[in-house]
Design a protein around this ligand. Structure first.
Ligand SMILES: [Zn+2]
Length: 194
């Protein structure tokens, strides 16, 4: 049962997917509590799992552009950097029949030409203000749980459903059901960014 619109909100976001193993599990967990989130997808990954992209949209979540192949924004020339943003959006548009309205740069690194490209395409730049740090040696379920216990109304929370690089969706997946129940218990509801 979806929450009423005037519930205090948070905005959970999942980056670097979709992932055939973890994205469906996370979608099931969100469905269980009737909450929505935003998935910032890598275009190349989206093309590999079109059915997941469509399920995410059909389930009422928002989809954002996380570039085509997740290259570090500072690792390439301007043409290639703009193409990453353009191709990422095109991949999602083709799968969903409409262009994404949100953009998040890889590693949260803002590069002017990429932000400009996203804006030209009608996408709003969205970063985050609370990170799960669900990667690397500190990305264990226990540590993620302690970090996210600090979540407050209107926070945009960074998490990862994709296994890109050092992400640990397995650890995130272990703590997520409990975290979502705790949110609901506090009267907080996750909504999609739109
Ligand atoms: Zn990323």
């Amino acid at each position: 049962m979806p929450y009423a619109v005037d519930f205090p909100r948070v905005y959970l976001s999942f980056d670097d997917g979709p992932d055939r193993e973890w994205t469906p599990r996370i979608l099931d967990m969100l469905e269980e509590v009737g909450m929505r989130a935003t998935f910032f997808m890598i275009g190349r990954q989206a093309q590999r799992a079109p059915e997941l992209v469509r399920r995410i949209a059909a389930d009422g979540h928002a989809v954002g552009n996380h570039t085509y192949s997740h290259r570090h924004p500072w690792s390439m020339g301007e043409c290639a950097a703009r193409a990453e943003v353009r191709d990422g959006a095109n991949a999602l548009s083709e799968l969903l029949g409409q262009p994404p309205r949100l953009y998040r740069p890889p590693y949260g690194r803002q590069r002017t030409c990429m932000s400009e490209q996203a804006r030209t395409q009608g996408e709003r730049l969205v970063l985050w203000n609370l990170s799960a740090v669900d990667w690397g040696p500190w990305g264990t379920a226990g540590r993620i749980r302690r970090r996210l216990a600090h979540v407050r109304e209107n926070d945009v929370v960074l998490m990862h459903d994709g296994r890109n690089r050092h992400n640990r969706p397995d650890e995130l997946g272990r703590m997520l059901p409990g975290f979502l129940r705790a949110l609901a218990h506090r009267g907080l509801c996750s909504c999609s960014l739109s």
